[in-house]
Design a protein around this ligand. Sequence first.
Ligand code: UDX
Ligand code: ADP
Length: 495
Amino acid sequence: MTRLDSTSSLISNSTRPEDILNLPHRKVNSICCIGAGYVGGPTCAVIAAANPHINVQIVDVNQSRIDAWNSDVLPIYEPGLAETVAKSRNRNLFFSTNVSQAIEEADLIFVSVNTPTKKSGMGRGFAADLGYVEAATRQIAKIAKSDKIVVEKSTVPCRTAQSIRLILEANSRSGVHFDILSNPEFLAEGTAIQDLMHPDRVLIGSQDTVAGFSACASLAEVYSAWVPRDKIITMNVWSSELSKLAANAMLAQRISSINALSAICEATGADVDEVAHAVGLDSRIGPKFLKSSVGFGGSCFRKDILNLVYLSESLNLPEVAAYWRQVVEMNEYQKFRFARKVLHSLFDTMSNKRIAVFGFAFKKDTGDTRESAAITLVQSFAEEMASVAIYDPKVEERQVWLELTSNDTDIEAKVKERVTICNSALEAAGGADAIVIATEWDEFKDTNLNYADVYRVMNKPAFIFDGRSILNAGVITDIGFKLHTIGKGTEGRFE
Ligand code: UDX
Ligand code: ADP
């Protein structure tokens, strides 16, 4: 095993055994998860359901979030989550704000707090803000009276485990030993429970010491309650941390690649769905994550790639940084290109026109709006003086205002002059000149929504801009709509 850093206390000094999962290890009886968010909540709910003998406490500083976890209306919408929580809540799964008590009682602690991109200072706009991880770590150090396994669940920059170790060692009581593991989460929102129940792999990174391997085996045992052993893989902690960033960067890169091709399709008359199908049939490439869209969103892709860019720059690898940065730039271009297409099609003016935006979440089956392409689109239509009517089946109204105004009262006044939020697709379309499909919710498909009714309530010519390629072009154009679908041009097509 390579020595990564001669000054590091996490250096390799033992050879990684083949059968780590069978090594003697401590049984985990009590788990604490710090951070009751999109990652911590679903992950630990599934762990609790599969391990009825383990006491699982999910804690958060946010009282209203914890109250929601303890109520019938959970703080996040995720198919199957409510049923999973119901199985164990108040049996072996507890939600509370008593962070200290949960730390004290736990054998194993997941750190599952937010790691947003830094807004100021060195690395702003790129580097991850590790303030929340550090605060949680300091609290663990202060409270722990017995040995703990501390697990990084949040996506963190490569080598964060070393910072966690330094803080723990410098601030803990004497005689208390900590093992630090990296166990990145690969769930995607909207399919979180499915992804957790049937993961492609569970990744555990540990320090290359006997104690590290043993901690690894303890955590692996928790997962082996429902995950086949051959899907639980172990590696050194740096590889594990980097693998999470790498997986997200490679996934986002596929979307930017197909979106780059969508621009060529629109200009040539090729059809991006057909191209993606043909390309994806190559077993070396595969069919997933080749759906062209108005641009990727979500809390991870942009943040993790920028993190990788920052890492590359700090390692003095500018070409590597530029390579990954382009994935994000292509995504910005895709949103801009789509907004420009809408404007051109509406005869280059949006003033006094109503644009119905179908969907505000960053993808279907979630109420999450972080980095959603819809935000950029609505802002650009509002700047063109359009009146924008938004409908999303799961996004709460206050969340839309938060995204569009960032809680700034001056911006809020201006935005509210231009933007309204509707209770149905039909209501949003009433009096509209154009519909923009920003999220691929099933209810926006022409098999579920009666587009003839929608057509009747719109101004004519009635345009639809399908940013998710979910509509059947024949059905929509037969009704009378003018349709533009991402990656499907008419220019240059052989008629
Ligand atoms: C992602 C990773 O998939 C997950 O493994 C990681 O743990 C967290 O980040 P998530 O952001 O929840 O998950 O959703 P994902 O399904 O990856 O979608 C991200 C964005 O890409 C969405 O806006 C989605 O609409 C878009 N997308 C996805 C496409 O535009 N085309 C595709 O083919 C797939
Ligand atoms: P993710 O998508 O990574 O799960 P979220 O923002 O949804 O991120 O959730 C992170 C949660 O962590 C938030 O609810 C936040 O209140 C919580 N949190 C942050 N710092 C701490 C801390 N020191 N102690 C307890 N909870 C924390």
